[in-house]
Design a protein around this ligand. Sequence first.
Ligand SMILES: NC(=O)c1ccc[n+]([C@@H]2O[C@H](COP(=O)([O-])OP(=O)(O)OC[C@H]3O[C@@H](n4cnc5c(N)ncnc54)[C@H](OP(=O)(O)O)[C@@H]3O)[C@@H](O)[C@H]2O)c1
Length: 294
Amino acid sequence: MTRWLVTGARGMLGRDLVAVLKDRGEAVTGLSRTDLDITDTGAVGDALARWGPDVVVNCAAWTAVDDAEASEDAALLVNGEAVGGMAACCAARGAALVQVSTDYVFDGLGREPYPEDGRPAPRTAYGRTKLAGERAVLEQPGLAGYVVRTAWLYGAHGPSFVATMIRKEQELEQVQVVDDQSGQPTWSADVADRIHVLITSAAAPGIYHATSSGETTWFGLAQEVFRLRGADPARVQPSKSSALARPAPRPAYSVLGHAAWERAGLTPIGDWRHALQRGLPGLVAVTAAAEPAS
Ligand SMILES: NC(=O)c1ccc[n+]([C@@H]2O[C@H](COP(=O)([O-])OP(=O)(O)OC[C@H]3O[C@@H](n4cnc5c(N)ncnc54)[C@H](OP(=O)(O)O)[C@@H]3O)[C@@H](O)[C@H]2O)c1
């Protein structure tokens, strides 16, 4: 049996990953930030000694994309330097390391899906810090290092665009959503599933893209949420990103290729619409439970 250790285990992906691993009968230890601050490399070494994992999955990250612009050093500490420390600890103990990363390592200016070995060129502080984490894992001697890039995540246990649209559908007659950014809406439970499959199938270390297949815009995603909720998709109106100034520029094109799965004899995550159909009920249930009783 594989022994798993998951860091950032109270985050949106971390919670789904721990649940998926438990469901599949794996031996898993999930550590939240309170249990283990990954910037404390001594504590990371102690945790590895205590739990003796075969594989560590790092779901901990600085994920506040806009805040990272003004606090790049603090974001780098978590997303880059801490990952380097974790990579060294894992290599020393012979544990594999899965580092979760992001589409933001690319420039977002492309027109065709970015392949796993496409040239990273981040345009944001967040993207630069996540790229530093990727490099720390891939360049660590003696480490079985996996970089699993995902994007446009939604899940039952965290804030997301999909959760916002579920709420807005209930509160507003019309919503405006940008129609000039393309990507692959991805359910966090699907990413958890692919991480499990990657490790248990003994796929070669390297970079894998855990995003849904197909592509849409935020506008298309919002319309699909409305449709699945039985609401009129015409209540969603298209708008332009230029109307929404943000500290970190959003990529216009965040579509990732999936060739590495096929090379490993594995299946990438399926179509984004099917994923949304499966994932939406969990988000709706959490949104309903969070509403104050009237
Ligand atoms: N969400 C997306 O759309 C998206 C897209 C692409 C890639 N990703 C990547 O997917 C991964 C998981 O993201 P997520 O959406 O699950 O994010 P999340 O919900 O924000 O979870 C991240 C977790 O990391 C924890 N954390 C932060 N600093 C830490 C530290 N120093 N030590 C230990 N834990 C720490 C956070 O704890 P606190 O809450 O206590 O701070 C939080 O529980 C990240 O690598 C992220 O970069 C996410």
